[in-house]
Design a protein around this ligand. Structure first.
Ligand code: ZN
Length: 129
């Protein structure tokens, strides 16, 4: 797994992400937006680029650190609703809608996913207040 992500089974809007970063482990608490009701539309996870039905991708928002966070400033991104990007990347879990087979290798996909995730975390760790 490239990172750990899970949703609180008792409060599914609460999601957590834990990833290795600079030799340390960073954890984020996020809020998931209400799921999309449309099964017709498709959405793409901003991290692993897996195409899902819109209901299987959620907008997750994390509060920024410092004063910006205290002011309610959040950073949002669209991620697989089950936060299982690592499994989709390796073909261990399949999206409910068939997606085009990427021409890149798994290693390339993983590297891109980790880079995207770190960019998101960079944003969260920026106090722009
Ligand atoms: Zn994903």
């Amino acid at each position: 797994m490239d990172f750990l992500g899970w949703r609180d089974p008792k409060a599914p809007a609460n999601a957590y992400l834990v990833l290795p970063r600079d030799g340390k482990v960073v954890g984020l608490a996020m809020r998931a937006a209400a799921p999309h009701l449309s099964q017709l539309k498709r959405s793409v996870c901003a991290l692993c680029m897996t195409t899902h039905t819109a209901a299987d991708v959620s907008l997750f928002a994390a509060r920024r650190i410092g004063n910006a966070g205290k002011l309610g400033n959040t950073v949002g991104t669209y991620i697989c609703a089950d936060l299982a990007c690592s499994l989709y990347l390796r073909g261990k879990r399949k999206p409910s809608t068939p997606s085009l087979k990427p021409t890149s290798t798994v290693d390339e996909d993983v590297a891109r996913t980790v880079a995207s995730l770190n960019k998101f975390v960079d944003e969260v760790l920026t106090d722009n207040a």
